[in-house]
Structures are given as structure tokens and as C-alpha cells.
Design a protein around this ligand. Sequence first.
Ligand code: GSH
Length: 202
Amino acid sequence: MYTLYYIPGACSLATQVVIHELDQVVEIIDKQNVDNFSDINPVGTVPVLVDNNSTRREGAAVMLYLLDKHQNTMLPATGTAREQAIQDIMFANATMQPAYGHLFFTTQNITDEKTKQSAFEVAAQAISRLWQIVEQQLANQNFLGGDQPSAADIMLAVYSRWGASFPIDIPLGLKTQKMVDAVVLMPSFQRALSAENTQSAA
Ligand SMILES: N[C@@H](CCC(=O)N[C@@H](CS)C(=O)NCC(=O)O)C(=O)O
């Protein structure tokens, strides 16, 4: 059984979805209820995955660990399809997620309202440019992984929900919106959302 430390709605949601897709049992713990979280992850971030006695952090590394450990169609075992899937995971984790991070940084660190709105807008433009790249990649396929969702599709679907918390518009292309809607409707995604809600309500 895995233990996954999470924050509701955060990038750790994608980790939980993938664990469900892999048919693995997971206990989830809200990081905000853990007093000594820095003992578990000195960086202070989620996701953190505990597998028996080993603790893993960094979303992309956790994702690759899980996908290499359990049989699945989300990460091809060899060849260019595997290279593409890893590139897509890295794009999600190391490019799209930090771009959204600018929105959270702005909220937390800029107090002047005019400066704050400008910073939101600049960040939103940068994020929108990245979504246009996703749209181009989806021109001839329904998911980044081809005809079924990959880990990167799941990660991007989670991030796409963050824009609603900020006073800016981040439009998604038609194919991208269709990909996000399909991922959010996956039973594993709904199960992960519901597990987070149940924990938060407890
Ligand atoms: N590079 C890290 C970044 C993870 C990260 O930024 N996680 C956010 C949530 S998506 C977090 O834990 N932020 C700290 C906090 O909100 O307390 C990773 O990929 O795991």
C-alpha cells in the first residue's frame, strides 16, 4: 500500500489519479494536517509518496517511479513512444506547473492591486502560450499519449483547474478542452477528487 501526502486540488491529485489507474491501494494524508511535514519532505511540497520504507518526492520522479513499477499503457516500455511520454510528463511538471506557480506567487507576494493584476495578466499570457502548444500537439490525437490518456494528460487536466482561482482568463483550445473534460470524467479522477473531499471533511 502507498501513502500519498497531498494538498486538496494540488498537483498531488494527478499522482493519486495515476495510482488508481494502476489499481494500487493508497492512503492519502493532507499535508496541512501534519505537524512535522518538513521531516517528511524538507522542501515542503507535495506530492510525497511513501512506498514501504522509501519516501519519494518531486512529481515527475514519483510519476515515473509508479509507471515503471506497475504494468500500464500510460508509459510505453521502450522506444520513441516512451521518450515522447517522458517529454510530455516533464513539460507538464517542469514547464506548465511552474508557469501556473507565478499566479500563486503573485497572490502571496504582491500587495499593490495594479501591479498584482499586471503580474496576473503576464503570467496568464505565458500560460496561454503553453496551452497553445498543447493544442497543436493534440491536432491529430485526442490525448498527448495518443488515443488514451497518458500521465501528462492527467497532470495537465489537474493544472487546468487552477486558473479559476485567479482574476484572469486562460482560454483552452477546443481539443485541449475536450482532453481535459475526458480526463476529469475518468472514474479514477472522480475517485481521487472524492477521496480528497472526504478527507478534508473528516
Ligand atoms: N517540483 C515539485 C513542485 C511541487 C509543488 O510545487 N507542489 C505544490 C502544490 S502543486 C506545493 O506543495 N506547494 C507548497 C504548499 O502549497 O504548501 C514537484 O514537482 O513535486
